[in-house]
Design a protein around this ligand. Sequence first.
Ligand SMILES: Cc1cc2nc3c(=O)[nH]c(=O)nc-3n(C[C@H](O)[C@H](O)[C@H](O)COP(=O)(O)O)c2cc1C
Ligand code: SF4
Length: 413
Amino acid sequence: MARENRIVLKNYGKIDPESIDDYISAGGYKAAGKALKWQPVEIIDEIVKSKLRGRGGAGFSTGLKKRFTHEAMHESGKKYLVCNADEGEPGTFKDRIIMENDPHRLIEGMIIAGYAIGAERAYIYIRGEYYKSVEMLQKAIDDARARGFLGSNIFGSSFLFDMEIRLGAGSYLCGEELTLIESLEGKRGYPRIKPPFPAEKGLDGLPTLVNNVETLSTIPTIVEKGAKWYTRLGTENSPGTKIFTISGDVNNPGFYEIELGVTLRELIYEFGGGMKKGKKLQSVLIGGAAGTFVDETVLDTPMGFDSLKEKGAVLGSGAVMVLGDDKSLPEVTKSILEFFKHESCGKCVPCRVGTTQLVNMINEYITNGKKKDDLLNQMVAEADFMAKTSLCPLGQSPILPLRSLQRYFADTF
Ligand SMILES: Cc1cc2nc3c(=O)[nH]c(=O)nc-3n(C[C@H](O)[C@H](O)[C@H](O)COP(=O)(O)O)c2cc1C
Ligand code: SF4
C-alpha cells in the first residue's frame, strides 16, 4: 500500500506555524546556515543533481533555471528572486497549505535560492484572496528579520537579503511568470513575449528567478540531505515528492504529499478513499483547467512529468479532479472553456475571439441541442490554431483538455 512521504509538509500539524522557535526546534534554518557557507555554484550544482523540476506546472529543471539566472549579468549587478504564490489553477490548493502551515520553510528556501543566484531582494506574489497565507507569511517574515535571518549579514556572512509580499488581484493570467512580473511592476496584467526569459530580463529589466512555492519549499531538504538522497525518492526522471490535491467524487478529498511514480489508482482508491457511494469512475482531470482528461486506461501509469506525457496527459500543478459517471463531460468542458474566455486578457485576437468561439461551439451542442458529428474535431482544430497563433501560454492552453477529450472520450461527444 502506498504511503504519504512528507518532506515539504514534514512540519504540518507538528509545529505552531506562528512560532519561529518551533520551526528552529524542528531543525529549521539549519539548511540556510549550511548553504551560506557554500559557494553559490555549489548550491546550484546540488540542485541540478537533485533533478528537481518546477512544481508550478511547467516542470522545468529548477537547477538549470537557477544557473541561468546566476550567470546572467546586468550592469547594475542586481537580480531578483520572485516566489509565485498566485495559485490560480482550478483544483490546486497546495501552496496555500504550505504558506499557512509552515511559512518559515518557504522563507528558508528563498534565502538559499536568493544566495545561489546573487539576489538581494525577493518578492512573494500571493493571490489576494489568500488572507490567511498573507497574515502567516508576514508574521514569519517579521520574525525572521528580527532574528537576523533576513536583512544584512545573514548567519554572520556578508549576504544581504530581504523580501516583501505583493498581492495579486484575482487574475489567472497573472500567475504566468512574465505577466506576474508586469503586475509586480505596477502595470496591467498583460503578458510579455518570450524571449527574453525572466532569467535574462525580468523584473525592472533585471535577471529574475521565478519559482513556485512548493519548488522553493523543497530546497531546504535538498541542501540538508543532499541530491543523492533526494533522487532516491520518486522516479528517475521525476524524482522527489509532489503534493497532490484530490477533489471531486472521492470519499476523502484533500492534499497528499506522495513520491512521484504513485499511480492514479493509488491516488483515487487509497488516498482518496475510493469513489463516492453509487458512483463509477468516468474520468480524471489532471492538472486543472490547463490540464488533461484521462480515462481508466491510465489508472496504472506512474505519475511523473514524462510518463504522463506518453499518455497524452500532463502532471501540471498536481490537481487531480475525479469525475463520476453522473457528471456530464460536455458540461465540465463548458465550464473550462468559459474559464479561459473569462481569463483571456484580450490582448491578441486568436485568443480573444477563439475562447469565445469555443464557448459558442460547446453551447450550441449543450444548450441548443445542435448535434455535430465532428464537434470535438472542430473544437480541437480551433484550439490548435489558437495554440499556434496566440501571444502567450493562456491561448495555448485550451488545446490540452480538448485534445485529451478527443483521445479518450470521442464517443461521449
Ligand atoms: C496562465 C498561467 C497561469 C499560471 N499560474 C501559475 C500559478 O498560479 N503558480 C505558479 O507557480 N505557476 C503558475 N504558472 C507557471 C509560471 O508561469 C511559471 O512556470 C512558474 O511559476 C515557474 O516556477 P517553477 O519553475 O518553480 O514551477 C502559470 C502559467 C500560466 C501559463
Ligand atoms: S493569448 Fe490570450 S491571455 Fe495571452 S495575450 Fe493573447 S489574449 Fe491575452
